[in-house]
Design a protein around this ligand. Structure first.
Ligand code: NAD
Length: 495
């Protein structure tokens, strides 16, 4: 049964199905509703309305009409900023509702969801401020011309969001796109649409223009793809699996659309012999176990220099074993459940195959049982050792709470193994010698590197990867704002 504790959450979920939001209106869908499952008990939280192809077209036409009418796209930047702040005020007011919805649909601990909502709120406020800082540029090339560059929104942006951090990844896309003046259509993961839908409710309550923020639900292959390929969509921003992203990138390239891809990772976390081990142990454990390991930037490969290898394995394993696994809605829970039973079973399959191939278990590697929630997608945070760097579990994204630890002889081997990956999203380096740590960081093939820390985040800092982890665009920061704009060069004759 639905475990919602807050009456506003109960009320939101009691709509059957919860409608989606196009052109400022709620729609009950044209296809069979989709159940949103609480992974802590494998029971439905609610159902949500599901769109078909006609609805995709309706959403794009509405978003384009809103764009052309200019209520948002041509509003003064300070007005857009005020509007975004009004939306943020409501997010702030309802942060507990949003956190509970996030936990119900994802299984992450409520304390983690609160952090995610705070990050999303900060992201909206950041881009509310950024809207007022969109600049043009005068480029003085000839005395016969006044020549300058202006920035303009792309038009209609499709935002495709995965299930792991739904509210943060919705905001990372829509906030800069909206600040730049675009209309957006969000297609959340069909398994976790509730917070994007609740944001639509707040958009409506803030009395913001119809057709500018839209949310449509449905399967990726049909609704998501139709949305991205609709001729009225001018920009695509996608976060999700590498295969899906590459497929979408190919299709979008044929239409020469602006496409931003944030994909998978297998991030190395390097602990050098001179690291402060007391900091590196909890830092490395949190790097993988935050979000139950279902984080694209998770530090899933721990590369430890030989002299500190044993202490590190022991410390990280003890940390894993001490984590309080429990009901995600429980305030004390440190480690919730995975996104679904099937995903948990898939992750456990990776673990079993690694053990069959010779890996040793330093912690976890079992399903976890939480009192009162016998059908939940729980597993223990897992640490595996004796895994060669070429083993599938060392190379492929498992997207679960599974850490592989490898012993490296020296810095050169650490860098070589760290870079020997198809991915290049993020990395960590731990050392007391900052010059050495910086030198290692500068040689890593990654979009983000943390030194003596892991996973810290701020909307002012760019985020994104290289190699198969993403396209060259970055999320967050001024770079994301730029990615959602066209730059037009204007030559004005003085004659
Ligand atoms: P997924 O690729 O299955 O789905 C992501 C989204 O794309 C969903 O909304 C889905 O419905 C939609 N989709 C699926 N097929 C589509 C298609 N053909 N056209 C358009 N949309 C389509 O990924 P997931 O399982 O939801 O998320 C997990 C993956 O996301 C992991 O690989 C993870 O690494 C990645 N991820 C990356 C980042 C990052 O910033 N790099 C962040 C979070 C998650």
């Amino acid at each position: 049964m639905n475990r919602a504790r807050i009456s506003a959450v109960q009320q939101f979920c009691s709509n059957d199905p919860v409608p989606y939001f196009i052109d400022g209106e709620w729609s009950t869908g044209t296809e069979a509703p989709i159940a949103v499952i609480d992974p802590a008990n494998d029971l439905p939280v609610c159902t949500v309305a599901c769109a078909g192809a006609d609805e995709v077209d309706r959403a794009v036409v509405a978003a384009r009409r809103a764009f052309d009418q200019g209520l948002w796209s041509q509003a003064r930047p300070d007005e857009r900023s005020l509007h975004l702040n009004r939306w943020a005020d409501l997010v702030d007011r309802d942060r507990e509702i949003l956190a509970e919805l996030e936990t119900l649909q994802t299984g992450k601990p409520i304390r983690e969801s609160r952090g995610d909502v705070a990050r999303a709120l900060d992201g909206i406020r950041f881009y509310a401020a950024s809207a007022r800082n969109i600049r043009g540029e005068v480029i003085d090339v000839s005395s016969r011309h006044h020549s300058y560059v202006i920035s303009r929104p792309l038009g209609v942006v499709a935002a495709i969001v995965p299930w792991n951090v739904p509210i943060v990844l919705t905001v990372s896309k829509v906030a800069p796109a909206l600040a730049a003046g675009n209309s957006v259509i969000v297609k959340p993961s069909q398994t976790t649409p509730l917070t994007a839908l609740y944001l639509a409710r707040l958009w409506q309550e803030a009395d913001l223009p119809a057709g500018v923020y839209n949310v449509i639900n449905g399967p990726g292959r049909s609704v998501g793809e139709a949305l991205c390929l609709h001729p009225g969509v001018t920009g695509i921003t996608f976060t999700g699996g590498t295969d899906t992203g590459l497929h979408l990138g190919e299709l979008a390239a044929r239409q020469n659309k602006r496409v931003m891809l944030e994909l998978g990772g297998k991030s190395p976390n390097i602990v050098l012999r001179d690291a402060d081990i007391d900091r590196a142990i909890p830092g490395s454990a949190n790097a993988i176990f935050y979000g139950q390991g279902q984080i694209c930037a998770a530090g899933s490969r721990l590369l430890a220099e030989a002299p500190i290898y044993d202490r590190l394995v022991e410390g990280v394993s003890a940390f894993a074993a001490s984590m309080k696994i429990g009901d995600p809605l429980d305030e004390a829970t440190e480690f919730g459940c995975l996104t679904s039973i099937s995903h948990r079973d898939e992750v456990m399959g990776w673990v079993r195959r690694a053990i069959d191939d010779g890996a040793s278990v330093a912690a976890g590697a079992r399903n976890a049982v939480v009192p009162g929630l016998p059908d939940g997608a729980f597993m223990e945070p897992t640490v595996l050792v004796d895994v060669p760097p070429t083993a599938p579990i060392s190379c492929e994204e498992v997207f679960g709470p599974v850490l592989v630890v490898q012993r490296v002889d020296d810095i050169e081997q650490a860098i070589a193994w760290a870079n020997d990956s198809q991915f290049g999203l993020s990395a960590g380096v731990w050392s007391r010698d900052s010059a050495r740590a910086r030198q290692v960081a500068s040689r890593l093939e990654a979009g983000v590197v943390w030194i003596n820390d892991y996973g810290v985040f701020n909307p002012a800092m760019p985020f994104g990867g290289v190699k198969l982890s993403g396209s060259s665009h970055r999320e967050w920061s001024h770079l994301a704002l730029d990615a959602f704009m066209e730059h037009m060069s204007i030559w004005e004759s003085n004659a």
